[in-house]
Design a protein around this ligand. Structure first.
Ligand SMILES: [Zn+2]
Length: 243
């Protein structure tokens, strides 16, 4: 009898351990693509109603401030992947982003295509940008987004050696706003595909007289808020997922 109880008890404990391992692995893969290179964040947990808004290529002297105003209005936090050269040109905007609780990530100094340059060049642009940002915020960014989402071993080596995390975006959430689509197109692309834990890719620096991203955000942010989403930074998204 004692033996039987022991047998069932062991089996029960084994099942509990297996369930834990499987669910843990599941959550791990929802935030990262498992590969030999460590963590690459593409989205957060599907279990929580959170969204990470991300903006690339800035700061822009006009549009970034307008975006910060909108974020402020809705008490939404976002993550800006900035270029070192523009951070250097517009330090006040970086300062404002930081002081208002947004996260700042490294997007290289001059928007190099990391696949086309040497590892030394990537390292140089990475470090230069870290230095520009930390000279303004007194804080070293922990996130890196390669221009064009270009990933290879050189990028991964540089980022891992510097204890940073590579951040891409959710496969369904490229707003393609860099190509200046109409406001409603950006709004529909974003809202019709939205899922819990999405990382949305926008651009605060665009080379047009009128950024459609700013107008689109005025519709997207309140609508997502109405649907019950909370806007978090990438670091918050990672912490929520790995908790
Ligand atoms: Zn970019």
């Amino acid at each position: 009898m004692k033996n039987k109880i022991f047998k069932y008890l062991s089996l029960f404990i084994l099942i509990i351990i297996c369930t834990f391992i499987v669910s843990h692995e599941y959550f791990k893969t929802t935030i990262s693509i498992s590969n030999n290179y460590g963590m690459v964040v593409k989205n957060g947990s599907k279990e929580k109603k959170v969204i990470a808004l991300t903006f690339d290529d800035g700061p822009h002297p006009k549009y970034t401030s307008e975006i910060l105003d909108i974020l402020n209005e809705y008490d939404a936090k976002a993550t800006f992947f900035v270029l070192g050269k523009f951070a250097e040109a517009y330090p006040d905007i970086i300062k404002r982003q930081w002081e208002e609780g947004h996260e700042i990530g490294n997007h290289t100094y001059s928007h190099i295509n990391t696949k086309k340059v040497s590892k030394d060049k990537i390292q140089e642009e990475y470090i230069k940008t870290q230095e520009v940002i930390s000279s303004i915020t007194n804080n070293n960014p922990k996130l890196f987004r390669p221009p064009y989402g270009s990933l290879d071993e050189k990028v991964i080596d540089v980022v891992e050696n510097n204890n940073s995390v590579i951040v891409l975006w959710s496969y369904n959430q490229d707003s393609k706003d860099w190509s200046n689509p109409e406001v409603n197109k950006i709004v529909n692309t974003t809202l019709s595909n939205i899922e819990n834990g999405d990382i949305i890719l926008f651009h605060d620096y665009v080379y047009y007289d009128e950024s459609h991203t700013v107008e689109a955000l005025k519709k997207i942010i309140p609508e997502l808020k109405n649907r019950g989403y909370e806007f978090v930074t990438i670091s918050e998204l990672i912490n929520l997922t790995t908790d």
